[in-house]
Structures are given as C-alpha cells and as structure tokens.
Design a protein around this ligand. Structure first.
Ligand SMILES: Nc1ncnc2c1ncn2[C@@H]1O[C@H](COP(=O)(O)OP(=O)(O)O)[C@@H](O)[C@H]1O
Ligand SMILES: Nc1ccn([C@@H]2O[C@H](COP(=O)(O)OP(=O)(O)O)[C@@H](O)[C@H]2O)c(=O)n1
Length: 417
C-alpha cells in the first residue's frame, strides 16, 4: 500500500463517511461484521438494483496541493464520467477529532459502464494521491459493502455499510482552522508562499504586505466597519457616512489587490481565503495610517472573510454551523479591531429587488446567495456569532437617508463622535 494512504487506515472502521445529497450531508459508517439486521443508510437506500458506487478520497500530505487537486478533480469527474453518475461531494472523518477530515467525491455507475470507470479510476490511482473505494450490493439488495478498489489487487476486505449518527456539527468544522479561516497573518502568508510556483501572481500579492502593524494600538479616530450581504446597501451607506463625517473610506480587499482578485476567486477555498485574509491586513495598515487623521469607514472587513468562509465550508441548515462560542468565530489576535461594526440586514425579497435594480451579480458565491436561502441564513448567523469588536445589527430596509441617520446616531452614541 502506498505510504501516503497509511494514516487513513488507522481506525478505518471508526471513520464516518458523509455524502452531500440535495445540499445536506448524509452519514454512514462501516463494520466488519453485522450484528442482527440493520437499516440501509439513506445514501444507499435510494439506489437501484443495477447500480454500483465509488468513492474517491484525496489524501495528499500537502494540504494545499491536496485541496487544489480535490477542487480540480470535480471538473475532471464531471467531464469524464458518463451522464447520470451523480457526482456528489463526500468526506470521511473521525468523530470529534480535529484535523481528521478527508475530502473526496462519491458517484454511481451502471455495470455496463464498468470498463470506462475502471480505466478512469486506474489512471487516477496511479498518478494522484487518491484512495478509491467501491460499493456493491448483495443479491437481495438488502446490504451494501465497501471495499478498497485497487486495480492491482482484486481481493480486498469487505466492510458492511451501516447507518451512522449525524455529528452535532457539519464535519467540515473539524478542519476549518487555517484551511477556511486564518487567524494570523503568518498562517495566511504561509499558504500564499507555498503556492507561489503554481500561481505566480502570489509574488505580487505578497509584495503588498504591510510591515508589522501593532494590532493593539488604539486608533486616534473611530474606525467603523459596515458589513452585510451583497446589495444590503453597504456602498450607498459607506459613501454617505464618508461625506457626513468627513471620514476616509476604505475597503477590504483593498484597491491594490483588485487586479488579482478574479484570479484567486477561481482557486480552492484554502488559497482563496488566504488571499482575502491577507487583504484584511493590508487594509488594516491603511486604517492605521488614515485613523491618525480622520474617522475611517471600512466597506467589509474580517467579518466578511470569516462568515462567508465558514458558511461555504458547511452545508445544510444553520444548526450545522460550528456552535456559538466556538474558536472559529474568534477575531485574529494580530488584526486591528475596529471601534464598531454595523451589520446591515434586509429581508430576502427586498434584497433580491435591489440586486435586480442594480444589474448583474458578481461572484458565484453571490449568485449562490440569491438561490440558496440556507446559505444566506448561514452567512448571517456566522456574522452574528463572530466574537471581537462591538457589532450592532441594523435593519437596512428603510430609505437610504433613514438608514444613514440611524447609523450616525449609533456612531455618535458608541464612538463619541
Ligand atoms: N436604503 C435603501 N433603500 C433602497 N434602495 C437602496 C438602499 N440602499 C441602497 N439601495 C440600492 O440598492 C442597491 C444595492 O446597494 P449597494 O449600496 O450597492 O449595496 P452593497 O454595497 O451592499 O452591495 C443599489 O442599487 C442602491 O442604490
Ligand atoms: N473582506 C472581505 C471581503 C470580501 N470577501 C469575499 O468577497 C465576496 C463578496 O465581495 P463583493 O465585493 O462581491 O461584495 P460587495 O462588497 O459588492 O457586496 C464574499 O463572497 C467573500 O467571500 C472576503 O472574503 N473578505
């Protein structure tokens, strides 16, 4: 067995497997022996008599290359597999064990496609850090077994698939720290430095980095961050606040990164999130300079980076988010804290109306926000759970002028302006 696969097999039968179907995870476990009759896990009970299934788990030791390979593998599978394979995201993890998550894909196939599938799997197995399992059903269709698929060796131990209890939170929560959310400039830079050879643009991004900024230094003038989903009115409000308060208006990611933003938006979460994290530190340096002269208004900051990252890493309802008070919501200790964060909220119908009036939507993530109510709920809830600077939610549905007046009152009360 290849050396990189060995750690996966330690406590193999204690692992839980999770397959994302219809936007939420379904879980199953594996057992060497069956004690009495067991129910078929939901992932398998919906399959047909002729179906076979496969799972691919990406087990590179290098997390950046592994995540990039996982990201690209989806396109490869969608392109190469026959129609109707229903490629689904999957993962495997040890319950409650941080860092134990391994990501992959699950798909089904008909017997007649076996030669094609075997060809694809055997190529993958020979060239990439991937573990392949195949699933087949008993004659009566009552049981499914999982075994290691290996082109080289056909006699593999079989495990029965059995139902598994859903963990309290989405399994992605186990690997979030420094993969989806970064808690120091060093951690984020480390990722960007390591992908310098695959993404040459990272050199230019790293050149924009600030010299050390003392996060504990108290700004002379108040620093107010405006947060909220797309089209809640951040641009409108931040520009009015700048004019009303004679403030400096900044944004994160900062203007100096705009050339490279689209490039990093195409990368897997670990690289994309590291880019946005670094953007916050560059904006923090600008805040430090400007807040010595005037109040500073910031359009999006760390709340956006963390809330979107957490809400994208998990799927399903808000209850799948890491629990309230979890360390994933903590503000990075080396990042400047604003005096006040204002979170704009808007009912979904009005937000959609404003989006339509404004024209085209930008990122895939923002399109997803429009279609997926659960995603919107998760982003807003993650925003609320972030622990750090004072954060006050403001209903953004009144007219632009009323919202401005209300936020000005808040700033005067909380920041003594
Ligand atoms: N309070 C408001 N009432 C009605 N429309 C608004 C209000 N604030 C902003 N808008 C409009 O909604 C759209 C989105 O606002 P914008 O400031 O661009 O949001 P964001 O920067 O949060 O994406 C724009 O067309 C803007 O003119
Ligand atoms: N400080 C920031 C700002 C944006 N972002 C990301 O950028 C996306 C939204 O940025 P945007 O510029 O399209 O949003 P608006 O400012 O136009 O509303 C989100 O999907 C976040 O993932 C971030 O991670 N950190």
């Amino acid at each position: 067995m290849a050396r990189h696969l060995k750690p996966l097999f330690q406590r193999w039968s204690s692992r839980v497997f999770s397959v994302e179907l219809d936007g939420a995870p379904l879980y199953f476990g594996i057992r060497e022996k069956l004690r009495g009759a067991t129910v078929l896990p939901a992932v398998f009970s919906r399959l047909q008599k002729e179906d076979r299934c496969y799972s691919l788990l990406v087990c590179s030791r290098d997390r950046i290359r592994g995540d990039r390979f996982h990201w690209e593998l989806r396109d490869k599978l969608l392109k190469d597999l026959p129609p109707g394979s229903d490629v689904a995201t999957m993962s495997s993890f040890l319950p409650d064990e941080k860092g134990s998550l391994v990501k992959g894909y699950f798909f089904k196939s008909r017997a007649e496609n076996s030669p094609l599938i075997e060809g694809i799997l055997s190529d993958l197995e020979h060239t990439d850090p991937v573990l392949v399992c195949s699933y087949s059903q008993s004659e009566d269709g009552q049981q499914w077994t999982q075994s290691l698929w290996s082109h080289a060796e056909k006699k593999q131990m079989k495990f029965y698939v059995v139902p598994s209890e859903a963990p309290k939170h989405h399994p992605s929560a186990l690997n979030m720290i420094n993969s989806d959310v970064f808690y120091s400039l060093d951690e984020a830079c480390d990722v960007l430095k390591k992908c310098g050879d695959i993404i040459p643009e990272t050199q230019s991004v790293l050149r924009m980095l600030p010299s050390r900024v003392d996060a504990r230094r108290k700004p002379d003038f108040p620093v107010i961050v405006i947060e909220g989903l797309d089209a809640t009115g951040k641009t409108t409000l931040t520009e009015s606040l700048r004019d009303s308060l004679g403030a400096t208006l900044l944004r994160s990611p900062p203007q100096c990164l705009s050339t490279w933003r689209a490039r990093f938006d195409r990368e897997p979460p670990i690289i994309r999130r590291a880019f946005y994290a670094v953007g916050n530190y560059i904006t923090a340096e600008q805040i430090c300079q400007e807040s010595a002269k005037s109040p500073v208004i910031v359009d999006r900051f760390w709340h956006s980076t963390a809330a979107y990252a957490i809400a994208t890493a998990v799927t399903g309802p808000v209850s799948n988010l890491p629990h309230d008070g979890s360390e994933v919501y903590c503000w990075p200790s080396d990042l400047l804290q604003p005096s006040l964060v204002v979170l704009l909220t808007l009912d979904p119908e009005e937000r959609t109306r404003r989006l339509r009036n404004r024209g085209l939507m930008k990122t895939d993530e923002e399109q997803e926000l429009d279609h997926n109510k659960l995603f919107r709920d998760r982003v807003e809830e993650a925003y609320r759970r972030i622990i750090g600077p004072l954060c006050i939610t403001v209903d953004a549905s009144p007219s632009a002028d009323l919202v401005l007046q209300q936020v000005l009152l808040l700033i005067r009360a909380k920041c003594h302006l």
